[in-house]
Design a protein. Sequence first.
Length: 398
Amino acid sequence: MSVSGSFTAVISLRTPEEVQELVGAVTRVVESSVTLFDMLKQNNQSFKPLLSDIITMARLSATFEEICLSEDGKERTRQIVAQMNSSKTELGRVFLGLQGRYPIPDEQRVIVKEVQNVLAQMALLTDEMEEDQIDRVKEGCKYGVQAIVLLKNSDSDYRIDQKINQATNAFDQIIAILENRLNVINIQSDAHANINAALENIRINYPYALSTTKQYVTNFQPNDHQQQEYYLTQLAQNINIVMQNIDDTRQHPKHSFNYGEINKRLDEMQKAVINKSPSLAAQNAKYLVDEINGLQAKADNEEDEMTKQMLEESCNKLKQMTANLIAATKTAIANENDVSNANLVDALKDVKQEVAQVAVIEAPEPNVASSASLRSALLKAAADMANNMDSMVNELDF
């Protein structure tokens, strides 16, 4: 299901009611995260709605696994939900431990870190849901091509009604999936124009393809065969247009670096430890270093002084965090024990939180339906929360 309203997003769950419940919880967490500490000063129980919404997010996010098409997507969803549940548990521990008092700076840092993690993981899950929607378009197109071949190869009226019903279901599915996808693509983009035109051609031509096929296998007239060939060709050409454009419809905004891929590589580093594979760990560490070097190059060429300073600060933080992560990875591979594994998990989480903070939205891509995409809002809330927290803790420490 594609959601439009305060935010634009692809949210795929089992029922529309679950979608609305998740969107409501996510929206409230995004809106309240930055003002959380101000609210706690006014009301020491104000954390309860936030914690309740985070519990809802973790619960409903877990249900996406069963409807996700790809096994890789299922595995990434399990990892995302595990991260959410970890943060949910830690937040519950800290909040309940306050017992009516205002959190001290160390507790504030934990709260920020864990809420940031929830926001960042939700952003990753929306990526997975969007990939799943794109996969469903491709799967629908595959069934559409199979239906075209089935009709084209029909040389008698044997089981023709069943074949036509099968083809009807395939094309109805393509139309429904494409209509849903177009809801979250910028109407001004080339991808929207191309897919929308292809959709309308499929909608117009497929009934004629069915009727001319039935007419041909009933009468076997040359003119009927020519008509069938024409409409089947139209369908094939327009399905091909969809396939050529669908990968260009991703909503992922433009970031300083490849946020989603970095997080996947970090998860791969953890897998490398489990599998005792130094080469895999090194491969993914190199990718992270290359991305940081790219971010440094961007900072060096940045004309705006404030942006340049922020990028340089982020680079310096990430370089140190990456060094710590690589050291923790080596130790965890060499020494399999709870302490080294816990240190690795902490190092991974530190890098992920900093990545979320510096994944600043520079401009919406041409294919994004709205600058108010839910994914952008989640990442921005994570960054804003940390920025506000830095100043607050500095004041308290002073």
